[in-house]
Design a binder for this molecule. Sequence first.
Ligand code: ADP
Ligand code: ADP
Ligand code: MG
Ligand code: MG
Length: 599
Amino acid sequence: MARIAVLKKSSCKSRDCGKPCMTFCPGVRMGEETVKFEEGSKYPIISEELCSGCGICVKKCPFRAIAIVNTPETVEEEASHRYGVNQFTLFRLPIPRPGKVLGIIGRNGAGKSTALRILAGEIKPNLGNVQNPPDWNEIIQFYRGSELQAYFEKLSKGALKISYKPQYITNIPKVYTGIVGDLISKVDERGVAEKLMKELYLESIWGNQLSTLSGGELQRVAIAATIAKEAEVYLFDEPSSYLDIFQRIIAAKIIRSLAEIGKTVICVEHDLAALDFISDYTCVIFGEPGVYGIVSHPYGVKEGINIFLDGYLPDENIRFREESISFSKAPAMPKLDLKTTGSLLEYSGFEIKLDGFKLKASSGGVKKSEIIGILGANGIGKTTFIKVLAGLLKPDTAFTGVGSLKISYKPQYLEGDYTGTVREFLLSAAGASILDSSVKSSIIHPLELEDLMDKSISILSGGELQRVAIAGCLLRDADIYLIDEPSAFLDVEQRFAAAKTIRRIVESKSKAAFIIEHDLIMCDLVSDRLIIFEGEPGRHGLASSPQDMRSGMNSFLKMMNITLRRDVKTGRPRINKLGSKLDSAQKSIGEYYYAPVKK
Ligand code: ADP
Ligand code: ADP
Ligand code: MG
Ligand code: MG
C-alpha cells in the first residue's frame, strides 16, 4: 500500500496553533523527522516514508488540515501527477478516442479538472515525482502501449491542436474584453460562428460586452468559442453549469456533433442526464476528494453511470462509496400520499411586471410534507415567483400569499460577503441547536460541513458556499422552504445528499418546500409535484399551478421535445435518442415521461 499524506494549506494555520501535528506524532517523539517544519516554511512536511499511518496528527490537528490515507496497491505505480509534496495526487488518466465522447464523472476535488488540464497541455504530468520531474521522453515511455503514448508524443511536439473550455468561466471577461460577436468571429477557424450563434441562441447578445453577460450567457459563449476553433481534441469542463435544461440539451447535442465528424471529445459533467446523453463511454474518477483521485477504466456510458451510482467497480473490486445511490424503480410512484396530508398553504394567482418582463402565475397550494419542483428556462421568472412567495417582491395584482407562515429562503446567487466563519453563520441561523446530535446527523454531516466550520465564509468555493447556504436555510425555523437552484456547483454525491436532506427535514417536520432545479434527475427525485414555466425568456413567463409529476413532466418534456425512459437496473431516467423507436412511440401517445409498459 502506498501511503499518501496531504496537508490542506487553506485549512492549516501554519505554526500559530502550537504544532500539535508535530508534538503528538509518535515518530517525532522517537526522534525521527516524520513531521518537520523547515526553515522559512510556514507549513509542516509529513514524511510518507516514515509515517506509520497511526492517524494521531489527523485527529490532533484542530483545523482538520491533514489527511493520511492508503491508496489501493493496484495503482501504486500509476501516479500521473502530483501537485507538490503533501499535495493532491492523480493516478492514471482518461484515455481519449477519436470520434467518441468520453464523459467523466466524479466528486468535487477528485481530480477531473487536473486530468483535463494535463490532456490540454496546461500541466505537464510529473508521474508523481515532485523532486525530479520526468522529461517528455520519460512521460511518453511511461504511457507506452496505450493511446496516451501517441497523444503525448504529438502534444509534446506541439503537433496536437486542442480546444479547451475550462471549468471557471467567470475569469473569461477578465482576460478578453470586447464584444461577444467579435470574440467568436476571431476564433472561428471552422467557419461556424453564424451557425453557433443561432443554435446557442446568442443573437440577442452578439453585440454585447463580455463583461455584462450572465453566467448562462457566458457559458454558451465559452462553449461556442471552444467549438469554433479548429482542433483534433475538444475538452469541456462542466459545460452545464449556469445553463437551464433547454440549454443543457442543446449544448450536449452540439458537443456530440463534434465526435460525429471524427473529433476526440472529453466532457466533465455533474448532470447525470446530460452526461448520459452526451457520452459514448465514461470514466469515473474516485478516491478521496482533495487527497487523491484514481481514473477508472472506461465503461459504456450506461454501465459507467450505474457503476458510479452503485459505488463499486466490479473489475477492480473496489468499493469507493459505502452506500449506493438509488431511485424509485416504480415509475411515477408518488413519494407522498397527498390524500392523507393536510394543506399548509393556498396562494392566489398574481401578475408582476419588472421593467420589460412580465410574470403571470396561476394560483396553487402546497401540502404538509410536500416538495414542489419548479422547472423552466433561464430568465422566465422562476426566481421572481419565489421572491413573491417569500414576500420580497410585491405583485401588481391583489395577492394572498403565505400570511403568517414562516419562510426560509435560499437565494440563487450566494454572496460570500458574510464576514464570519461557517460556524458563526450557522449559529446565527439556528442558535445553539447546531450542536444537537440530531442536527449534526441530519444536516451538518450529510452536507459535509464539519471540515468547513472554522473557515471564513469569504474564502469558500462555490460548492462549499452552496452547502452552507442550504444548511442555513434548513436550520432556520420555518414552515416553508424556498430553495433556488440548490444543485449549482455541487457534485452528484452532494446533489443527492442535499436532496435527501431537504426531503428528510420537510417530511419529518411536516413542512413544505419549493425547489427550483435544472438537473432533470434531481428534480424527478426530489419533487412530489411540479410547477412548469412557459413563455419567452426575458419577456414574459407563465407559471402553472402545481401539477402531478406525470402531467407536469409530460408538458415540460414536450416543450423540450425529449422523452425519457427508465434504466432497468437503477430506475434513473434516461433521455431517449431523438427519433429512436421508443422516442417516436412515446411521442405518438403523449407519454414523454415514461415508456409505455410492454404487454
Ligand atoms: P475536480 O475538478 O475533480 O473538482 P481538481 O482537479 O480541480 O478537482 O482538483 C483536485 C485537487 O487538486 C483539489 O484538492 C485541489 O485543491 C487540488 N489542486 C488543484 N490545483 C492545484 C494546484 N495548482 N496546486 C495544488 N493543488 C491543486
Ligand atoms: P429565472 O429565475 O427564471 O432565470 P428571473 O425571475 O430571475 O428568471 O428573471 C426573469 C426576468 O426578469 C429576467 O429577464 C430578468 O432580467 C428580469 N428581472 C428580474 N429581476 C428584475 C428586477 N429586479 N428588475 C428588473 N428586471 C428584473
Ligand atoms: Mg473541476
Ligand atoms: Mg433564477
